[in-house]
Every structure is written in C-alpha cells, then in structure tokens.
Design a binder for this molecule. Sequence first.
Ligand SMILES: NC(=O)c1ccc[n+]([C@@H]2O[C@H](COP(=O)([O-])OP(=O)(O)OC[C@H]3O[C@@H](n4cnc5c(N)ncnc54)[C@H](OP(=O)(O)O)[C@@H]3O)[C@@H](O)[C@H]2O)c1
Length: 278
Amino acid sequence: MSNDITLVLGATGNTGRRVAARLRLRDTPVRAASRSSHPPFDWFHPAGWDQVLRGVTVAYVVPPPVPGPVHDLVARAEAAGVRRLVLLSGHGADDWGDSAFGLDMRSAEDAVRGSALEWTVLRASNFAQNFDGHPFRVPLAAGELALPAGAVPEPFIDLEDVADVAAAVLSEPGRHAGRVYELTGPRALTWAEAVELISRASGLPIVYRRISPAEYTATLVQEGWSEDEAQHLAEMFVLLERGAGAWTTDDVATVLGRAPRTFEDFVLRATAADAWRC
Ligand SMILES: NC(=O)c1ccc[n+]([C@@H]2O[C@H](COP(=O)([O-])OP(=O)(O)OC[C@H]3O[C@@H](n4cnc5c(N)ncnc54)[C@H](OP(=O)(O)O)[C@@H]3O)[C@@H](O)[C@H]2O)c1
C-alpha cells in the first residue's frame, strides 16, 4: 500500500466530493471516506479510525456537527503517522462569540492548530450552492425564499473555489503551514440581492421576504426539521445580521493566483442546469 495517501473526510458531501475529484485528476492517491465508504469512517465510531488512517500522509477534515471527536481524531492521526491536516471551518470564526457556532468552530480549529502536525484552516463563507442545493433550492423553486436576513451582506463563496483551494493546499506541503485562510467570494451581497439575481437570470418569478428568526424556526420545524436544527440555523442568521463574516478577503487569490468566482457566475451555471424550475 502507498504510504502517501490523501484522506478526504466528508467525501460524499459538498466540499469532500469536489476535493476528492480534483486530487484524483492530479493522480494523487485518495482515500475518500464517510460513513458509506469502504472502510467506513464515522466520527462516532472511533474503533474504525485506525483502518481509515493507515498509510495517510495528509488529511482533509470536514468536522462533525459536535466538536469533541476532532481532538481525538487528531491524536489518532499523529499516532498513525499523518503529517498534515487541512480543516474546513467557517468565515470569521473569531467573530461568532459564545454561540454554539463559534464554540464548535473554534473547538475543531483548536484541535488542529494545537497539534504537532502541519496544519491549515480554511474558513469558508456561506456557499453559493446553498441556493441550488440544500437548504434553499426547494423554496426558491416554489417562488419565495423567506429568511431572517436583512441589509447585512454575505460574501457567498463558490464551492468550486473552496474545492480548488483545498486541493491546492493539500497538494503543496510547506507553503500553507500554520495559515488560516478566510475564503470569500469577490463581493458581499444581501440575500435579497442574491434572490433577485437568480430570478432575473432564470426568468422565474422568485421573491425574497424577510421574516423573524422565530418565524424561520417555526417554518423549518413545519418542514420536518428538528427544533434543535431549526434553532441552530436561525441562530446563524442572527449572528450574520450582527456582521459576523460580512467582509471579503483576497485569500482565494493568495492561494490560487486568481480571483474567486462571482455569484453571477454561479447563477449562470445553475440556471443552465435548470436548478430552480419545479
Ligand atoms: N453550507 C455552508 O454554507 C458552509 C459554509 C462554511 C462552512 N460550512 C461547514 O461545512 C461543513 C460541512 O461540509 P460539507 O458541506 O462539505 O459537507 P456536507 O455536504 O454537509 O456533507 C457532510 C459529509 O459528512 C459525512 N458525514 C455525516 N455524518 C458523518 C459522521 N457521523 N461520520 C463521518 N462522516 C459523516 C457525510 O457523508 P455520509 O453521510 O456518507 O457519512 C458527508 O460526506 C460543516 O462543518 C459546515 O459548518 C458550511
């Protein structure tokens, strides 16, 4: 077995599947892992971790919904001979205070940053693809997106850029050691502006409506979310409205040597794929 495997966790998810594809095109030996892979990786079944870590030199870590296991995984990775870790986190993680979001993100970051391994943290802003996937595609296709978000803009990042950056960092030992990259799109736009762009490009009559966090929580619960999950997402919007993460950075260009993709570019690709037609 090669002793130079790149492990990609969350490999069936938004970023993981894109990162794994890029590494395979570079002929990098990849172990794409999640609960459904062979061998499986489950954050809550540590007995299986050693098999997944065998022969791994560098790992892309998509953290679990609760933070504790990242500390255990990092210790196990050190013991298994892993040399580098690249962690996905959230834009402006320092600005999220003592919210569950802030505490969770920083706990995972602390686990990686406190390790003896070479590490890089990728703090991504909200993905543009949340609009053509979970959780916003369905309400948009129904003609209205209602969120507890007003005038504070968000620098949506394209998932393809997150994956390009992650694949570059995973492939370039040394260059990104000890760096925290804040990955944003080139400009921030309000959620209403984002919906207006989608409506204009697709030609579909889609509107944005601002609602209260309590109304949003109730809507999500009605749609089948658990009360906890619904409150968690609503809390994210309350924090975004306070300005957490509203700023843009040049970090995509720092890593890739080119500007990040625009939101308009995402909208054109998603429209071409008919993302918002029922
Ligand atoms: N959405 C955004 O706008 C945004 C922005 C910035 C940061 N983030 C962060 O991105 C992270 C999510 O990353 P993502 O969007 O790439 O992934 P994702 O699409 O949410 O998918 C989650 C991945 O984790 C795997 N998974 C789920 N439960 C697991 C478990 N118990 N053990 C092991 N693997 C498990 C899933 O695969 P299986 O089901 O096959 O196990 C899947 O591959 C979160 O930490 C989120 O905070 C999100």
